[in-house]
Write a protein that binds this ligand. Structure first.
Ligand SMILES: Nc1ncnc2c1ncn2[C@@H]1O[C@H](COP(=O)(O)OP(=O)(O)OP(=O)(O)O)[C@@H](O)[C@H]1O
Length: 245
């Protein structure tokens, strides 16, 4: 059974159909890539799946067999579905450790405070933010470290599925390489990953399945190599150029 199933999901802003009748399935254990030109509806898709900040207008979304399209973001997170955001998002006036503690306390079944603190510390060290960083204010971190903190906060929730919205944006090439390794290690923890990314090489090196959105609808989906060779994808994504970057 698929871990995540979307069936005819739509979200409009006034007359703009940002997501328009989208259907797909994500299997447990895979890394599933989502690509598409600017404004094609990728982030809106994540918003409606997670209910943060809004759910869909129409359609059905099932997570591990449970209908989630009418649930609150809070309830969806507690079922084991976490997300990160395109922009580095943290409580900048709190420390690195306090941010991760919020994630650890938010998801999963109620845990004792010692277990919450252990989960927070483990998640931070997992992403490379060691104890020396725990007391720093989140707002003082570099872009890369803030992205790592956002990942740690999500991992600390111990989700079954993690939705990553452009984790490589604003990163240098070496940082992108580190991120690829980190995402593989997150998948290695048994967390199913859905990944939005503009950098196609990043998506290609990580994804077992690839879906391309265009103007809110699914343009192509399937094996990544087949999908990026599809002439409709080449045209929609990069004009007449081959999508090689
Ligand atoms: N809250 C909102 N209110 C009004 N319009 C919105 C809102 N959020 C998104 N849109 C519009 O919906 C469309 C899809 O936006 P979305 O951010 O989902 O695209 P995207 O594929 O993630 O784009 P990008 O790659 O640039 O991040 C765009 O036309 C956008 O302007």
């Amino acid at each position: 059974m698929a871990l995540l199933e979307l069936d005819g999901v739509s979200k409009a802003f006034g007359s703009l159909k940002a997501v328009d009748g989208v259907s797909f399935q994500v299997q447990a254990g895979e890394i599933f890539g989502v690509a598409g030109p600017n404004g094609s509806g990728k982030s809106t898709l994540f918003n409606v799946i997670t209910g943060i900040p809004f759910g869909p207008d129409k359609g059905r979304i099932r997570f591990d067999g449970t209908d989630i399209h009418r649930k609150s973001g809070n309830d969806i997170a507690r079922l084991g579905l976490a997300r990160t955001f395109q922009r580095e998002t943290s409580f900048d006036g709190l420390t690195v450790f306090e941010n991760a503690v919020i994630g650890a306390g938010y998801g999963g079944p109620a845990r004792k405070s010692v277990a919450v603190r252990e989960a927070a510390a483990e998640a931070l060290e997992f992403v490379g933010l060691g104890p020396a960083q725990f007391g720093r204010l989140a707002g003082e971190l570099s872009v890369f470290d803030r992205k790592c903190l956002m990942l740690a906060t999500a991992i600390a929730m111990e989700p079954r599925m993690l939705l990553l919205d452009e984790p490589a944006s604003s990163l240098t090439k070496p940082e992108i390489e580190t991120s690829i390794g980190l995402i593989r290690r997150i998948a290695g923890r048994g967390i199913t990953i859905v990944l939005i990314e503009h950098v196609l090489t990043f998506l290609m090196s990580l994804s077992q399945h690839l879906l391309v959105l265009n103007q809110g609808t699914v343009l192509a989906a399937g094996d990544p190599k087949t999908v990026i060779s599809d002439p409709r994808v080449v045209e929609a994504y990069l004009g007449t150029r081959r999508p090689d970057a």
